[in-house]
Design a protein around this ligand. Sequence first.
Ligand SMILES: [Zn+2]
Ligand SMILES: [Zn+2]
Ligand SMILES: [Zn+2]
Ligand SMILES: [Zn+2]
Ligand SMILES: [Zn+2]
Length: 545
Amino acid sequence: MASINKTCLTCKGNYEVFDADQSFYQRVSAPVPKYCPPCRMQRRIAHRNERTLYRRVCDLCKKEGVSIYPAGTPWPVYCAPCWWSDGWSAKSFAMDYDPSRPFLDQWQELQAKVPRIALLCLTSVNSEYTNNAGDNKNCYLIFAAEQNEDSMYSRLIMHCKSCVDCAWVYDSELCYECVDCRGCFKCMYSERCQKSTDLLFCFDVRDSQNCILSVNLRHKQYCIENVQYTKEEFEKKKKEILASRESIEAAKKRYAQLRGQALVKYAFQTKCVDATGDYMFNCHEGRLLFDTTSAKACKYLADAEEPIDCYDMNNAYYKPELCVDIMGVLQINNCKYSSYIFYSNELEYCDSCHNSNSCFGCIGMTKVNNCILNKQYSKEEYQKLRAQIIESMKKDGTYGDFLPPNLSPFGYNETLAKDFFALTKEEALARGFKWQDNISTGTVGKENGKDIFACADCSRNFRITPAELQFYQQMQVPLPTKDFECRHRDRMAKRTPRRLWHRSCQCKIGHDHADKPCANEFETAYAPDRKEVIYCEPCYQAEVV
Ligand SMILES: [Zn+2]
Ligand SMILES: [Zn+2]
Ligand SMILES: [Zn+2]
Ligand SMILES: [Zn+2]
Ligand SMILES: [Zn+2]
């Protein structure tokens, strides 16, 4: 694959722009990006605050509620019903473009005026403390989550009931401290398990029931450390583990050892052809795809569903097509360098715009065409002015990349960026990001919460809500000793990072390669110094049946 080498303006690292990339950029009339793929992703998700919640008053109806913005932001913040109402118009903030000044400076002025939505939350019931979420009922502190009930303290859970402290868990019930599980019932402290019931400290177990501390199992029951036991022996062991905080901690340590030695496939992927990345399903012809489903001819994506011909996207759903460098989108076509745009076409440098076409540098607009800086133009005027602005942005070097760090409405430490690219305050500021010094302490929670605890890691205060207490009692587990942020961080550490290394299969003998080591090579998110045994697809399938 032919490519040119470029130096990233942020990290000074080298990155490749392949011939195929160049033809893609030409096809969508976008310049070649000036930053490397990880720096590009960092910029995008530094515009996404999912979990840092504050209490503040809606600047329109004056009711107090929950918001991803603290009090005192330059822009007004409206509660969702007010923001979506006819009680205000984004067009009233229209600005004339001033060709004598940098365009993005003018964008920032507009940003300081246009109201922003308190939470991105749709049709939920009794789930005030949720964000980037929809159709939830009786949920508390869940994020990037849809159609859940009675669930708490989780990121990316879908169609779950009574799940607590989970991440990337789908179609499951009564699960606790699970990561990357699907179709599970009453599973705890487990990862990558599917269609299973009553698992405790299990890794990569499928179609199984009543197993403890087991890895890479299929169709088993009553196994402890992968050894077959009787029902009585299993019940006894389960009781022993759940007897005390100390015995659970001991089991956690044992699990970490077993999990470290488990067999893993080079990528957590199913039905993918010619695609590199991790946590992929049904992806074709792709590069560096993470947590992505059904992508075709896409590169540098994370958290995306059904995208076609898109480069550089995060949190993109409902078939985005022909888009470049965007974040937080639903069903868009031909859009670039924008955030939170839904059901729209041909938007550039737009933020929080919906059901709109052909807009440039607009914020908070709905159902409009041919607008620039929220001002209405005729089609001809729009095209002429847009070309003029792009020309001036090319001159000052700002065209062709996502909205720069200083235009994020959030401090770096409030955003998803800190999950994937940890930076100190000094490092963040040096890279042009903002920082929130008075970050939410996590005690925004329900006022009827009982006791206040101090996190064992960061010593921040946290509460245990009555619903939560009931869950721990039902599952017979002790109260957590850390706050939600630290628990979430511990779960994130169980997943692979969003980068790849070139490695070869570690299978020594057997299978098709008989008495020789397997010759298969691949791109994997498991760094070479990790303990897990990394297998190619055929060797893994032959071994884990
Ligand atoms: Zn870089
Ligand atoms: Zn309101
Ligand atoms: Zn903590
Ligand atoms: Zn192999
Ligand atoms: Zn093999």
